[in-house]
Design a protein around this ligand. Structure first.
Ligand SMILES: NC(=O)c1ccc[n+]([C@@H]2O[C@H](COP(=O)([O-])OP(=O)(O)OC[C@H]3O[C@@H](n4cnc5c(N)ncnc54)[C@H](OP(=O)(O)O)[C@@H]3O)[C@@H](O)[C@H]2O)c1
Length: 262
């Protein structure tokens, strides 16, 4: 199949106020797409909107909490009224928490799933009617390498990203006859506001000590995969090795992760 053209595409990006979402918005607008920028921090979105517009791009900001049903409905109505529909939905908004599962309040698990999974799934459900009449439609779910192999001290987050992985595989097959493609993106540790914005971190660990990808690289690789119609990408060599080891020699993978992952 021909590469996907991004120029002229109408794209909604959640979590566009910082990190990966912000760089996706800049890259996609530079490629000629019209982007709707969604997140809770309106000031950051307005700043990004002006930055994109100052370079001739097309961007519209919309303050929304993805966990709110009402906000999701208003957000999609905004896509319809401003752009006349939607071609690409990028589910990027996400939060984490670091710490032992047995010491965490059960609310932590609920909060993570509300943002990382339930909001993603429900925004997708609500966007499907528009995507079905979209042009070369695509759903991009920003997951994590921890959606392929869980890690200690990030149990709730790992579980939420496994849910995103399973959901993405299932709807990819379900939507095959509706001409809507699904891309699952699995970055490794990335240098963004993610660790500072975590709901909780009682580990005192420097999570980026082992190295981190830049948000620009994650965005560039994601945009390349969108163009090439990939279904799934794991962004680092280390991530691919981890997935291979976990499938082929799970006992060894477990021992290594238990020893070095916490
Ligand atoms: N950083 C990493 O190491 C890493 C690794 C693998 C995968 N990822 C995934 O990559 C995605 C982007 O994360 P990032 O690294 O770019 O972190 P980030 O800079 O913290 O960005 C997270 C974005 O999500 C938004 N967000 C959080 N809760 C929201 C809510 N309830 N409603 C609307 N927006 C919300 C935040 O905006 P507001 O605060 O303005 O709402 C922000 O724009 C996430 O799904 C994350 O799980 C990150």
């Amino acid at each position: 199949m021909a590469v996907r053209q991004l120029a002229g595409k109408r794209i909604l990006i959640t979590g566009a106020s910082s990190g990966i979402g912000r760089d996706l918005a800049i890259g996609l607008a530079a490629a000629g797409a019209a982007v709707i920028l969604a997140a809770r921090r309106a000031d950051k979105l307005v700043e990004l909107e002006s930055e994109i517009r100052s370079t001739g791009g097309k961007a519209f900001s919309f303050a929304a909490d993805v966990t709110s049903d009402a906000d999701r409905t208003r957000l999609l109505a905004d896509c319809e009224s401003r752009l006349g529909g939607l071609d690409v939905l990028i589910n990027n908004a996400g939060v984490g928490a670091m710490g032992r599962f047995d010491q965490a309040d059960p609310q932590r698990l609920r909060q993570i799933f509300e943002v990382n999974f339930f909001a993603l799934a429900e925004l997708t459900r609500a966007a499907l009617p528009m995507l079905k009449s979209g042009n070369d439609a695509l759903i991009v779910n920003i997951s994590s390498i921890l959606g392929h192999r869980g890690a200690p001290l990030k149990s709730e987050y790992s579980a939420s990203k496994f849910a995103v992985h399973g959901f993405s595989d299932a709807i990819r097959a379900e939507l095959a006859n509706d001409a809507i493609e699904v891309l699952l993106v699995s970055p490794s540790t990335t240098d963004s506001e993610f660790f500072d914005a975590a709901i909780e971190d009682d580990t005192r660990k420097d999570w980026k000590k082992g190295g981190a990808m830049s948000t620009e690289v994650v965005a560039a690789k994601t945009i390349k995969a969108m163009r090439k119609r990939r279904h799934e990408i794991i962004l680092t060599f280390g991530g691919r090795v981890l997935v291979w080891l976990d499938r082929m020699i799970p006992g060894l993978a477990n021992r290594i992760i238990a020893k070095f992952g916490q």
